[in-house]
Design a protein around this ligand. Sequence first.
Ligand SMILES: NC(=O)C1=CN([C@@H]2O[C@H](COP(=O)(O)OP(=O)(O)OC[C@H]3O[C@@H](n4cnc5c(N)ncnc54)[C@H](OP(=O)(O)O)[C@@H]3O)[C@@H](O)[C@H]2O)[C@@H](O)CC1
Ligand SMILES: [K+]
Length: 491
Amino acid sequence: MRYLVTASEMRRFDENTIEKIGIPACVLMERAALAAAELTEARCDGRGGYVLVMCGMGNNGGDGLAVARLLAERDFRVEVWCVGNREKASPQWKQQRSILEKYPVEFTDKPRRGDYGALIDALFGVGLSREIKHEYAEAVMLFNSLEGWKLALDVPSGIHSDTGRVMGCAVRADETVTFGFCKRGLVFYPGCEYAGEVSTADIGISERSFYGRKPEMYAYDEEAAQLLPKRQRGGNKGTFGKVLLIAGSLNMAGAAILAARAAYRTGAGMVKVITCAGNRTILQQAVPEALLGTPNELDRSVEWADVIAVGPGLGKSAEALSCLEGVIYGSRLPLLADADALNLLAEHPELRAALAEQGAAGRKVILTPHVGELARLTGQSVSACAEELLSCGIALASELHAVVTAKDARTLICGEGHDVCVNLSGSNGMATAGSGDVLAGITAALLGQGMDAFEAAAVGAYIHGRAGEKAVGKRGEYGCMAGDLTAQMRY
Ligand SMILES: NC(=O)C1=CN([C@@H]2O[C@H](COP(=O)(O)OP(=O)(O)OC[C@H]3O[C@@H](n4cnc5c(N)ncnc54)[C@H](OP(=O)(O)O)[C@@H]3O)[C@@H](O)[C@H]2O)[C@@H](O)CC1
Ligand SMILES: [K+]
């Protein structure tokens, strides 16, 4: 698990480390600089090449000055380019600047070389507070135009460290070494594209600095797969979760097929698909393992199930609405609502209110909207939802007392009283029709095996992304289809 922090959280952890624990600020800066210097040396072919260090006037610039000194010690030919008004320099910057006087580095007003082995960006870090303009914007453009391997310290200058937005313009780095904890802006788009490869350096700011207030966002790495429910040795198909899937209107059988396959591939013991009669033959052929039923068997099927997933390819017909009413009013089973079930919820406030009441009373509910569905549910524009995915996801989760998997280039899992989990697995080759149906099937299967709703949503998103990465590895970004995802699932 990896924490993802905001600038203000990072400042709090910095301060706690310095003031409460007692590690001097200059020690932290020295460790940050050492990590960056070692990375630079490892990337440059031997010592002795030219290195440019672009420094601002804050502590990010201070880091840069310290890196310049350490690289000069390692026989690099270092040019230091300070941008900004010296009168505004931070105390640590001034200290580093005065130490640097004693080292053989060259100060420049404008870099001119065409053969830098490395270019280090230390203009702004987490202290960037507004759009970059004038001399700073010119510096960023010039820096970007120079040839050579580029390393950003902490955050590429110009990237908002909380959101990943470009504040006017930003440095395009090959690598970013971030200090202490990974900043949120390094995983969100477009920040992650500007950051290049990100590594997190331990500079002495640890979990000890939380003092009871840990970061509010995290991401799973490989360990998510370890959180899958243990398979009991003496279990049978009835003990591994009976998933009732209400999906697939006429001509939309594919959504039901993908979700059913994904549920089976995630360990569900049995999957029953309630779908329109016209889909029967194709479903039987495509997923012979699935049980089939029609909407008029809903009540009996609900009694049989451990979990209900409703929505993929469902449409918004009167029959679809009646199915949704049936699983809301007629059951308290864990429920996953996706696709058209979400669109119907957006249009029927009475259903939404009932679901909210059930969520407050403890029903496990997961909603899996993409930004378009989220816009319908929150009454905001699609672009506003995309910009504010985090606050929209949290607001919906609180309103419905549910877990919300807010799907976009970076999917967020939001739940009442939970920290936000960001899914970092996946590939843009997965942005293809049916991918969401696969996620619904995976998540429902995990819910059906007794997982907590938030963990089911978080682990489900991770597994889905991993399957996508493997499918893209095999088929390529263009060639990957949703059906390839279920084929690649192996747990
Ligand atoms: N605490 C520690 O000991 C440690 C800190 N560490 C390092 O410190 C970094 C944070 O340092 P920081 O807080 O000084 O902020 P930083 O990113 O240098 O920027 C502030 C400067 O930028 C300026 N400025 C802002 N926006 C601007 C704009 N658009 N256009 C123009 N100017 C703008 C702002 O000026 P002002 O707003 O006052 O006019 C101020 O001068 C952090 O990322 C990490 O690298 C590590 O060494 C670990 C230990
Ligand atoms: K930087």
